[in-house]
Design a protein. Structure first.
Length: 137
């Protein structure tokens, strides 16, 4: 499977695929966001995943997550995720990325945060978000 990016710019829509490793979840998330692939973004979450969409705002389940991700796409947001740490134990992974969000802020300044994510390996071998919190740190 080929990657669909040149540097930080993804070219075209990536073929829908599963994350074979915890590290690939971030790569796919960036690609799907840049190409406005809402179904691709939602496919990176378990059905009852928990996402902190803003400080104090917890979303549970892919219906609510889909709405938040659609708003993110509609805002024109761009996101760069750089791996900080990954701790893997059996079928769970604790992941932290440095997230740089560009675009949706009124002053157009990037928002930088340290994410905390819990990923779980699925029966098919792919990895999905169980918890996604870009504000935990």
């Amino acid at each position: 499977m080929s990657e669909f990016y040149e540097g930080q710019q993804f070219v075209g829509a990536p073929a829908r695929r599963r994350a074979e490793t915890p590290e690939q979840v971030a790569t796919l998330f960036m690609a799907y966001l840049q190409t406005a692939d809402l179904d691709g973004l939602v496919s990176l979450y378990e059905p009852n995943a928990h996402v902190v969409a803003a400080p104090g705002l917890l979303l549970v389940g892919t219906v609510a997550i889909r709405q938040a991700l659609q708003q993110m796409i509609d805002s024109g947001a761009r996101l760069r995720l750089e791996p900080r740490n990954i701790r893997r134990v059996d079928d769970l992974a604790l992941v932290s990325n440095t997230a740089t969000l560009m675009g949706p802020t009124p002053d157009a300044k990037p928002v930088i945060s340290a994410t905390t994510e819990i990923l779980r390996r699925q029966p098919d071998g792919g990895w999905l978000h169980l918890v996604d919190d870009p504000f935990f740190g």
